[in-house]
Design a protein around this ligand. Structure first.
Ligand SMILES: C=C(O[C@@H]1C=C(C(=O)O)C=C[C@H]1O)C(=O)O
Length: 118
């Protein structure tokens, strides 16, 4: 029976293991940086949300989002990152930000604020 059938792992050559560890350390550092950068981004967007709620501005700004996506796709392309992936990631983050802004608006009593500002 093969290891894939038993679920057991084959022993890894020491050199391969060392290379795997080295690469994983780098991945762990990058993941930590991503978390810290996202935390900073959300701190800034929370402040934007409060500013918008204070001035009765809509939670979402589709024109701004279009400009960001165009810019991020160009950056991705020049960094050899799939632009479609970069766009999906940004859209995912922005959707969460808009949810936060809607909640901030509700809490500020601007109850019916929607993503479109209607
Ligand atoms: C942060 C803002 O609010 C929303 C969230 C955005 C973002 O996360 O980058 C961009 C546009 C808005 O839909 C903003 O208007 O700048």
């Amino acid at each position: 029976m093969s290891t894939s059938e038993t679920g057991a792992t084959a022993p890894i050559d020491a050199t391969v293991q060392a290379e795997l560890n080295r690469l994983r350390e780098s991945i762990d550092n990058i993941d930590a940086a991503v978390v810290h950068m996202l935390a900073e981004r959300f701190k800034a967007t929370q402040q934007v949300g409060r500013l918008k709620a204070d001035h009765q501005l809509p939670p979402a700004d589709p024109a701004r989002e279009t400009r960001q996506i165009t810019r991020l796709r160009q950056l991705a392309q020049s960094a050899n990152l799939d632009p479609a992936f970069a766009e999906k990631l940004l859209n995912f983050i922005i959707a969460e930000v808009i949810r936060h802004h809607e909640r901030i608006a509700e809490e500020a009593g601007n109850g019916n604020a929607t993503a479109a500002g209607a």
